[in-house]
Design a protein around this ligand. Sequence first.
Ligand code: KG4
Ligand code: ZN
Length: 330
Amino acid sequence: MKDIITLGIESSCDETSVAVVKNGREVLSNVINSQIKIHEKFGGVVPEIASRNHIEAISGVTEQALKQAKITFNDIDNIACTYGPGLVGALLVGVSYAKGLSYALNKPLTGTNHIEGHIAANYITHKELKPPFLCLIVSGGHTHLVHIQDYDKFNIIGKTRDDAIGEAFDKVARVIGLGYPGGPKVDNLAKEGEPNIELPKTHIDGLDFSFSGVKTAIINLHHKNPNINKADLCASFEKYVTDILVQNSLKAANELGIKTIALAGGVSANSYIRKEFLKLENDGYKIYYPEPILCTDNAAMIASAGYYRYMTGVVSNLELNAVPNLKIQD
Ligand code: KG4
Ligand code: ZN
């Protein structure tokens, strides 16, 4: 079969990324231009600033991606771009650029869902992974338990009722003075602490999650006692949220009769979460997670998800628009 080369374009938040991926799983290039340094001083992503920086970066990042992959525009078979969910102004930059390329080069365009991209990151790292499996998506904007029935068939079986888990990590880090983005900083500091601080349990029936209670509890603890051991606080927070993630994933896997669990999204780079999930392999589960660079936002995962959409015949036209609150499988 002829090789299919996908150009992936990602601009949903604060990373401008363009990648070239062969047959959905082989990364030829994955250039990521992160704006973290720009947004750091504001303590979070400023949407308008993100859009402007995407505009400035996107052509150069595309040129680099083609150069690193040693291909030209002519070698591309399909253009996949994130059209949601995300920040509308940021998404529009990638969507407009992709539409322009598609029109100028006369190549097919596939609008791609960012969350499906996070799931697909696992296909790149684990060449043997195939649906069906259970995927826990934990990122700055999402906390979803999804039954991946096929490459293009998804069923959400649990989700957060309030904050996304990454938001909780970032908020905790900000309150105790670790800076932005907080996830990796909490991850590192927790390694020096003990999970010895009791946090109030939030009980939710079924497979949904809630993280606003624990986030508020940590903020209150820190305000009441500014000298509290921050490493212990981070370790206790991580243990608390990880216990819930593991518990709900196991419940879902058992309900579905599935033994394969994949993690995805920025928070799946967390070392404690990975370690705790890996322990399940002793009980006969198979655990997958993407390599760290593919956990956070990148265009290789979009190219992979876009490839599978394209192979199932999904092609967008030039009316494609950004959809900030796009749901999985829309
Ligand atoms: O997937 P992502 O890049 O963006 C979204 O689609 O939301 O996820 C970003 C989130 C941020 O909240 C960041 O703090 C978190 O992922 N994150 C981590 C770690 N690395 C990134 N959280 C916990 N531990 C980490 N090592
Ligand atoms: Zn993301």
